[in-house]
Design a protein around this ligand. Structure first.
Ligand SMILES: [Zn+2]
Length: 417
């Protein structure tokens, strides 16, 4: 075993023992956070609670309005960040738990678990010989726009704290309970919106030959979209466009409306497909509208980029999970979106999915469901996933530094013929 692995293995076993000691308090913290969910953009109370829980361990400064950041371990050199989202959803809770929220908001995406896990992990790391900085990223506004992750990146936090890699872990009922899915490459899709506005002349429904019928134009645009995808993106790469809103007319049966509109979400998994697919839809919509005597104005509202896990970090995390006694799982790929992708865009990063179950529920409620409530053991599971991510990232950074110092030693060695 390399000296790096030996050092990190020792750290892992100490950290794991310290984590076990932190878990009972972390589970209580999780329940407290669950009972007091904060909506996107209003996460200040949640952040203050975490600042208090971490007070003696790591100083947290404010970023991105309701967010926070702090660094522990070596003050200089590269650092690894672990991220937890602070926001809850506008969902009325139906779990019936004694610590259920009663304010019309709900931690239906498990962010209460992530926050408690991150707190336990940092508290457990206190006093340990961390080889690289460990940065806590308390991120606001994951569930709504403007993206909190983008704000954190734009604020220069990654540069200022020397963050080489960001690690995230998300609970997921689609992964077997207790197992963790890493997986390199595409994990979540880029999520853009397409807004198509068709403008015509309208008129009397009994005189369609004297009007421009935007209903027929928009209907043809809608049904042509799947074919545009098929002709633009290779079937070997997932991509979808789904129309969430189609409007035309104002309730009359005998009026041809002068305007119609489509709002669609466009999901692509390869950055190279994003612009060409939008362009193809734009051209099709404009020409289809033209064919019906109307005009189409097509705009793209840019959302999160695709979430691409760094393959080396994913493989490393799988190894560390095995060493920590945690089962691996198949990668959790979907056309969902998570703004963690902004971190992946900025530095090689890793999002892990932690298998959880809501006790006593069949079938298992999905994320964002009013009955979704992972069990207490999920706090430790998420913390261990983040730990494995830190260890994999540290192994990589130290390995590269080791390699560099070897090269330097070679260059400085006296030439010996
Ligand atoms: Zn979430």
């Amino acid at each position: 075993m390399s000296p790096t692995i030996v050092r990190l293995t020792e750290l892992a076993s100490r950290w794991n023992v310290a984590l076990e000691r932190e878990l009972p308090a972390a589970v209580r913290l999780r329940r407290e956070l669950h009972a007091a969910p904060c909506l996107s953009g209003r996460e200040h109370p949640a952040k203050e609670r975490l600042v208090e829980a971490l007070r003696d361990h790591i100083p947290i400064e404010s970023i991105a309005d309701a967010g926070g950041v702090g660094r522990m371990g070596p003050a200089d050199g590269p650092a690894i960040a672990v991220r937890a989202e602070l926001d809850a959803l506008p969902v009325t809770e139906l779990t019936g738990a004694p610590f259920a929220a009663a304010n019309g908001a709900m931690h239906a995406c498990g962010h209460d678990v992530h926050q408690a896990a991150l707190t336990a992990l940092l508290r457990a790391a206190h006093g340990l010989d961390l080889p690289l900085g460990l940065v806590a990223l308390l991120q606001p506004r994951e569930e709504s726009y403007p993206s909190g992750a983008l704000d954190v990146v734009d604020a220069g936090v990654l540069e200022r704290f020397g963050i080489a890699h960001v690690i995230g872990a998300h609970v997921h009922p689609g992964v077997r309970k207790g197992a963790v899915a890493a997986g390199g490459g595409f994990i979540n899709a880029a999520a853009d919106e397409i807004d198509i506005r068709v403008q015509g002349r309208g008129g009397h429904a009994a005189y369609p030959h004297q009007a421009t019928d935007t209903v027929v134009a928009i209907a043809n645009i809608a049904i042509a979209i799947p074919e545009v995808i098929r002709r633009t993106v290779t079937p070997l790469r997932p991509a979808i466009i789904s129309i969430g809103t189609l409007t035309a007319g104002e309730g009359a049966a005998n009026v041809l409306p002068g305007q119609a509109r489509i709002l669609a979400t466009m999901r692509t998994t390869d950055p190279a497909d994003r612009q060409p697919l939008f362009d193809a839809v734009r051209v099709m919509a404009q020409r289809t509208a033209e064919a019906y005597g109307a005009r189409a104005e097509v705009t793209r509202i840019e959302g999160e980029p695709a979430l691409i896990n760094d393959p080396a970090l994913a493989a490393g995390a799988d190894d560390w999970l095995a060493r920590l006694g945690v089962d691996g799982a198949e990668p959790m790929r979907s056309l969902g979106a998570d703004d963690f992708s902004y971190f992946c865009d900025a530095v090689p990063s890793l999002m892990l999915f932690v298998g959880v179950e809501t006790p006593g529920q069949h079938p298992q409620p999905a994320l964002h469901h009013p009955s979704f409530l992972p069990g207490d053991e999920s706090v430790g599971a998420v913390a261990r996933a983040l730990m494995a991510g830190y260890l994999a990232a540290a192994e990589r950074v130290l390995g590269i530094e080791h390699h560099r110092s070897d090269l330097a030693a070679l260059e400085n060695a006296p030439f010996d013929a």
